[in-house]
Write a protein that binds this ligand. Sequence first.
Ligand code: ZN
Length: 233
Amino acid sequence: MDNLVKISDHFWIFEENGVRSFLFEGDTKAMLIDTGFGTLPIREMAAELTDLPVFLVNTHTDRDHIGGNKDFKPVYMHPSEMDHYKNALPAGCHMEDVRPLWEGDIIDLGLWKFEVILTPGHTPGSIMLLEREKRMLISGDSIQDGNIYMFGAGRNIQAFQESLKKVIAIAEAVDTIWPSHGSYPLTADIIPGILQGAQDLLEGKLVAQEPPYPMPCKRYVCDVAGFLYQFDS
Ligand SMILES: [Zn+2]
């Protein structure tokens, strides 16, 4: 797959080994969402695409989303994510460069206006970004048709379920969902299936499979997505 996909004149996707970053060009500045594993020269690629200054927003800070963060200052994220980031801070990154994005904040690029929606569960400060006029939702890892990591420190599947319910409540505002992994764009009708899958997982209705890589978890597959999860006992 090509590393660079042009979606429109002002919207591009960077594809890197199964993880996706997004670049939106506005009127006076451009917003990069996540920086992948860090094997793609995203800063240089973005500079080829836009002459505007580029600032960085992280949907969350798992290591497949922050690999190129060292090339950007400041770095915006929800404050609930900051400990998670601090615990996995990549070389060359500094907590002093982190700035808060709060629930309900509007990231106004002129052409694009993204509203911050706090959706904890996958990580404590995972966010989604809703563009109401263009009816788009940037969903991070929490809405996707690949494997959703739900094991290990900072993850909570009950919080994840509550976040999905919160997004279902605004789903009528969304035509397309742009996830960090799996196929895209998705539509909002996938969300109840993920929510049901999480519930079936907790109720023991999904079969435990081996994970795709050696990891301290099992893989559970529902109709629309997979979960990497480990029961406490
Ligand atoms: Zn991810």
